[in-house]
Design a binder for this molecule. Structure first.
Ligand SMILES: Cc1ncc(COP(=O)(O)O)c(C=O)c1O
Length: 405
């Protein structure tokens, strides 16, 4: 059932305690098929970004519905990867570097138990620290798989447009790191990841900052070529040096179409587009449909043109702009109160004239979160809708008793 009918959704969750989170599995499946088709049409595998879901049962469903070219997970921390390994997922790429002992102990135990885990590196210090650790503590005869994070920011003149992550900016930087890596038999280069945040992570039809949209479109158009050139250079270097990778990863939901076009990329990543949180609506390329929304209880009516809900302050990370708040979803027409915004325990909403007097205390109000994964930190379980009925629930990392960073 598309998540668009207020009365039907309200009926579906009648008498259930609020807040609650709903996921419509048909919408989820159709997003999975749509994104998967883009990857498949270009002969790419699709790696699922677990941080943008954070519910093991839903991650499993995405992999199952996606089919055989959905391969592996992109995790955000080693303890998270361990939980996923316990849930029988494999091929776990931890996409953000770590050197702390507890994480490395955890990775060594996982590799020792037969799980394929790959850790991220972007500097010779990472190489030295991981290799020294693995020499002394890693399972015998099993080098640690690592992936080089290649910076994909666009840097015209003195500008830096993109994420501040990897210092591996030029082909010389890459060569230097590769040389350091190839000297350490404790490590094996398994993959390269180039994530173009300025394309994948920037909505170019953002209604919260419409004046910036033309500039964002321009930046995207220009940097697509730059990103492709950089990734091609690295892939050619690796061929020259006789280094064979298991994967060359790029992209995200917001850039899947352009990333998939590059011949040298073997896999694209996607996460947010499966559940389709509202920030991912604001891309010219978006075709996904909302598959999740949460319900709050309307608790009071301070005046005729306002209603107030309990809870709601589920603000997403990133620059602290208005688009990081949830958006009122159903019934259509409600708007956040500009003065109070989404509150810690109460959220007032402006009521359009056609709805005034129609919403009473106890009514559910539905919202969409800005980001698809982080919202899972607020709920223990998601209720699953299938064929217009609630068919069960799935526990979030939080509901399973975990808190990952
Ligand atoms: C390295 C990396 N790849 C891919 C993604 C894209 O994930 P999503 O599809 O959820 O936007 C992200 C998101 O931040 C990322 O950090």
């Amino acid at each position: 059932m598309p998540l668009d009918d207020y009365e039907a959704l309200a009926q579906l969750i009648r008498d259930r305690p609020l807040p609650l989170m709903l996921v419509d599995l048909e919408s989820l499946d159709s997003n999975v098929r749509r994104l998967g088709a883009v990857a498949k049409a270009h002969g790419k595998n699709l790696r699922v970004a677990s941080k943008s879901i954070r519910v093991p049962d839903l991650i499993r469903r995405v992999l199952e519905v996606g089919g055989e070219h959905f391969r592996g997970l992109m995790c955000f921390s080693v303890p998270e990867a361990r939980l996923l390994a316990e849930h029988k997922f494999d091929d776990l790429l931890v996409a953000y570097p770590t050197v702390q002992r507890s994480d490395l102990d955890c990775a060594a135990a996982m590799v020792g138990a037969g799980t394929t885990v790959t850790l991220m590196i972007d500097c010779p210090t990472h190489v030295a620290m991981l290799a020294d650790y693995w020499r002394d503590n890693g399972p015998a005869e099993q080098p640690l798989r690592v992936c080089i994070d290649q910076d994909m920011s666009w840097r015209p003149g003195k500008l830096h447009i993109g994420a501040q992550r990897s210092p591996v900016r030029t082909i010389d930087d890459f060569t230097e790191l590769l040389d350091a890596l190839l000297e350490r038999p404790e490590l094996r280069l398994s993959g390269v990841m180039g994530y173009e945040a300025q394309i994948a992570g920037v909505g170019d039809e953002n209604p919260f900052a419409p004046l910036l949209n033309p500039a964002k479109k321009l930046i995207k158009q220009q940097s697509v070529k730059d990103v492709a050139r950089k990734r091609r250079q690295v892939s050619e270097l690796l061929v020259r040096r006789g280094v064979r990778l298991d994967f060359f990863n790029g992209g995200g939901t917001g850039s899947i179409r352009t990333t998939a076009e590059e011949d040298w990329v073997t896999e694209v990543t996607a996460g947010s587009g499966f559940l389709q949180s509202h920030l991912f609506d604001y891309y010219a390329s978006n075709e996904n449909q909302p598959a999740m929304c949460f319900a709050l209880q309307l608790t009071r009516i301070p005046q005729a043109d306002r209603v107030t809900c309990q809870s709601g302050g589920f603000i997403a990370s990133g620059s602290a702009d208005a688009d990081k708040a949830p958006v009122p979803f159903l019934p259509a027409g409600l708007r956040p109160d500009k003065v109070e915004g989404f509150g810690e325990v109460q959220t007032p909403l402006q009521v359009p004239s056609d709805l005034r007097g129609k919403l009473q205390p106890g009514a559910p109000i539905f919202f969409r979160p800005a980001k698809a994964g982080e919202i899972a930190e607020r709920f223990n379980e998601y209720l699953l809708i299938e064929n217009g009925e609630i068919r069960g629930s799935a526990r979030t990392y939080r509901g399973l008793g975990h808190c990952f960073y």
